[in-house]
Each structure stands twice: as structure tokens, then as C-alpha cells.
Design a protein around this ligand. Structure first.
Ligand SMILES: *Cc1c(COP(=O)(O)O)cnc(C)c1O
Length: 466
């Protein structure tokens, strides 16, 4: 399988290189040159498979001969054994034909574990083969950092440095990162805000000379193709559990960077019957404004009760724009360059094409809280604020009540106790057993000034073979 850039100028790469690359050289994102397509008969034959067997069938065409089938199977078994429910992604019924797929049964209680647990293993496998080492550098305001650290903790060939804004992440989120002790795990609390952290990461990728040429930086954010790939699997799982592929399904997806929902779009293109995808955003609603009015325009960042969806631009949306423009990289490049200057639209027929599959909704904090409360009162089921946005949007946008609607449950409610309290509920969401002692565990973290040179010299001194 070859991968090409959405801006049409960077060279095509194979799976291994795409795994180790962040952005393409032309500023675009990598996508598969062509997608595998499964017949209904083939999908039907997957009923009853375990999650990791299903994952193998869905992902193998993307990995191709980069990893021998037996090794890849073993890697998937190991990855999904780490999840605390034997179904890996269990479904919970809220109402007639209305479901939540719990994607928060992994080690860090958010759906990002599905991809990052696998990504750590994929990276280590490929680096072992190539006798290479990489340094992962990332900035986090919460979920990504902990999932990335958990995913890389056992990697031999990876050091990971995660920057978070000092005293500005929740205690659960901080402890999920800082209590993972390992020689290759480095938490840096920066005396600054999230944007400062992100800027330092960006500048470091631009000039890696501080590493002395002995290793290179790698990215684990959702521009990495392998993350999208791993997220396609659970759409198939939901379908097979609810009568697919002989009936179609609708999904509502809490969305920030458009990674998770883009995976659903790919599942449909690969042959899975999906009749509707709902883009559920918080007040950072650039995608909702585009889908409802064909206007793509950056607004100021808002801080909400669903911080993992607080974004201004949605990086993976570029991957959809590429398809909407008939895979014309030059057209995407032109559109996104113009989008830097002000609002842009796409040709009406292209936008209408997208609207055949996608609907959207933006849900503010008050409606998020109302939904948490309502669902708790009706079902005694606690939603985290991100999932609540998905449920709300699903209810607002539903086209056909006879089609099962599945909201992706992206985080465990215990990660966001403040939102539960704000919803006026007195119940306290409990951390699952494997994390019950989180508040007693030893923490390891280095506090540094908001100074690029200080951060880079710390990194140069502390990666394993420095
Ligand atoms: C990352 C995250 C999201 C957004 O996912 P995207 O793939 O960026 O759209 C939603 N909910 C939670 C809990 C997350 O951690």
C-alpha cells in the first residue's frame, strides 16, 4: 500500500515511512492511495470474531507486507488484551435503537488508547527492524499525552517527552501522565500555557539540531495515519453487533480534530453500510459552521467543559477536503492557503455531496450538562461531557428512527468529575479498579521555564542514549 499527500507534491511513501512521518513535506497529510473494499458477504463472514481478529481483517490491507501477518496478529492480540472489557468496545443501550459504544475501556480511559496502544507497538517493531531510535515530542492539554505515554512505555527504541502547561491540567490527567515511571518517559511541566507548549513542539520539529543528529523526532498526534487506521475497526465492530452489514447504521461522533469521524467515513468507503455520520462539536464549531452553511472560517478558541474538543482548526478535515475535491492536491493547497486569509467556501455541488452523509451540531456547556443529567435520570448511566455532546447531537440530527444510532463514547466520566458536578448530579464517578490508587502513586515530572532552549537542552540530556 502506498500513501500520498493531500497537497499532491510530497513523494508517496510506504507504510513504514508513513508511520514515522508527521506532516508530509508539502504541508499535507498522508492518505492511502486507494482503499481496500470488502463485499457484504466478506463482512458478514466476520460475525463472531474477537476484536483483535476483526482488527486484523480491517487493517491488514493498509499494513500490507510491511509486517508479516503472524507478527501483526500477535501485536493486535497484545494491544487489545489491555482493555478492561472482553468485548473491548462494548455497546450500551440508551433507548430504542439508540446506543453508546464505550471506547474508554483502555488503560487511560479515552478512545485514544485504541490507536496509541497500537502505535507504540508498531513504532517499536519498525524501529527494531531498522535499528533506529526516535524521540516523540508532543504537547498536551489532557488526553493525548497520557494515552501516548501509556502506548510507548514499553518501547525499546522510543523516548517520549510530553509537555503540559504547569498547573493547568486536571489532577487526574496530570497523574495519568506523571505516574508512569520508566527511563524513556519524560514529563515536562512548562511554566506557560498550552499554546506555549505547542509552539515549542512546532519549533523543535522545524529545527532538530538540538538532538545532535543522533536521533529524530516523531509525532503521535492524529495527523499520523496509523491512528486513523486503528479507529476504522470499531465501526465494523458496532455494525456486526447490531445486525450489520445487512442493515445500515448511523453514528454520532464527538469531534475535535476530525480524526475519529474520518475513520467512520473510511469504513463506509470500504463497504460498511453507514447511512449517516453526525459531526458533534462543542462551541468550537468550525466544522458545524462548514457543514451547515458551507463556510470554513477560524474563530477564537473557547474553553469548554469538553476540553479534548477545544480546537480552532481541525487538522484531519483536510483529508476529507481532499476527497471532496476529487483528490486534487493543488485544489486543496489553494483552498487552505486562502483559508489562512479569511472565510472560504467550496463549490456548492461538492458541499452537497458531503451533506449526503454528514450532518452536524454544536452543543454548548449548558446543553452538555442537561444531557448528562437527563441520561442519568432516565438510564442511571453517566456520560462524560464529550460523549454527552455526541448523544445530544445524535438526538438533534437523527434522520431515521428505524436506523440504529450509535454515539461513540470517547471518555470515561471519571476523567471529568467537574462536568458531572456542574450538571448538578451528586454522584461521583468512580475510577475503575486498575486506577483506584492513582492518587497514591509516585509522580515524576520536571518543571521548566517557558523557554525553548531550556526544554531542548533537557531533552538533549535525557533521551536514553544521550
Ligand atoms: C481526542 C478526543 C476527542 C476528539 O477526537 P478527534 O479524533 O480529534 O475528533 C473527543 N473526545 C475525547 C474524550 C477525546 O480525548
Amino acid at each position: 500500500m502506498r500513501y500520498i499527500s493531500t497537497r499532491g507534491e510530497a513523494p508517496a511513501l510506504g507504510f513504514e515511512d508513513v508511520l514515522l512521518t508527521g506532516l508530509a513535506g508539502d504541508g499535507g497529510l498522508y492518505v492511502p492511495e486507494s482503499l481496500p473494499h470488502f463485499s457484504l458477504e466478506e463482512i458478514r463472514s466476520w460475525r463472531g470474531l474477537s476484536y483483535s481478529e476483526l482488527a486484523f481483517n480491517v487493517m491488514h490491507p493498509f499494513v500490507d507486507d510491511a509486517i508479516p501477518a503472524d507478527d501483526f496478529r500477535a501485536m493486535l492480540d497484545e494491544t487489545y488484551q489491555k482493555f478492561s472489557h472482553t468485548a473491548v468496545a462494548p455497546l450500551v443501550q440508551l433507548d430504542c435503537n439508540e446506543w453508546v459504544m464505550e471506547l474508554f475501556r483502555g488503560p487511560t480511559l479515552a478512545f485514544k488508547d485504541f490507536a496509541l496502544q497500537l502505535l507504540g507497538r508498531l513504532l517499536d517493531y519498525v524501529l527494531e527492524k531498522r535499528k533506529q531510535h526516535v524521540v516523540i515530542m508532543g504537547a498536551t492539554s489532557g488526553d493525548t499525552g497520557s494515552a501516548a505515554i501509556e502506548g510507548c512505555r514499553h518501547c525499546e527504541h522510543v523516548d517520549i517527552f510530553i509537555l503540559h502547561p504547569h498547573e493547568r491540567v486536571s489532577e487526574v490527567q496530570r497523574r495519568q501522565m506523571t505516574t508512569v515511571l520508566g527511563d524513556n518517559i519524560h514529563n515536562i511541566a512548562v511554566r506557560g500555557n498550552f499554546d506555549d507548549c505547542q509552539r515549542m513542539v512546532k519549533e523543535s520539529f522545524g529545527d532538530q539540531s538540538f538532538l545532535g543528529g543522533k536521533t529524530q523526532l516523531a509525532a503521535v498526534n492524529s495527523i499520523n495515519w496509523a491512528r486513523i487506521m486503528a479507529q476504522i475497526v470499531y465501526y465494523f465492530q458496532a455494525s456486526l453487533a447490531l445486525g450489520g452489514p445487512d442493515r445500515s447504521l448511523a453514528f454520532s461522533v464527538p469531534t475535535g480534530n476530525f480524526g475519529d469521524i474520518f475513520a467512520g467515513y473510511l469504513a463506509k468507503k470500504m463497504g460498511l453500510p453507514i447511512s449517516q455520520l453526525v459531526i458533534a462539536t462543542n462551541r468550537n464549531d468550525i466544522l458545524h459552521r462548514f457543514m451547515s452553511g458551507n463556510k470554513y472560517e477560524q474563530h477564537q478558541l473557547e474553553h469548554t467543559l469538553s476540553p479534548s474538543m477545544d480546537i480552532m482548526v481541525s487538522s484531519n478535515f483536510e483529508r476529507l477536503l481532499f476527497d471532496l475535491h476529487g483528490r486534487d492536491g493543488a485544489a486543496v493547497r489553494d483552498l487552505l492557503e486562502r483559508a489562512q486569509q479569511g472565510p472560504v467556501s467550496i463549490e456548492d455541488y461538492r458541499w452537497r455531496n458531503a451533506r449526503k452523509l454528514f450532518d452536524s451540531d454544536a452543543v454548548d456547556d449548558r446543553n452538555t450538562c442537561d444531557t448528562i443529567r437527563q441520561v442519568y435520570e432516565q438510564n442511571e448511566y453517566l456520560l462524560d461531557p464529550h460523549t454527552a455532546i455526541g448523544v445530544r447531537a445524535a438526538r438533534n440530527c437523527r434522520r431515521d428512527a428505524s436506523v440504529p444510532m450509535v454515539t461513540l463514547g470517547t471518555a470515561h466520566p471519571a476523567k471529568f468529575p467537574d462536568a458531572i458536578a456542574e450538571a448538578g448530579l451528586s454522584v461521583k464517578p468512580q475510577l475503575p479498579a486498575h486506577m483506584a490508587d492513582l492518587f497514591e502513586r509516585e509522580e515524576r515530572c520536571t518543571v521548566l521555564d517557558n523557554d525553548l532552549a531550556a526544554v531542548q537542552s533537557f531533552m538533549a540530556d535525557h533521551w536514553k542514549h544521550a
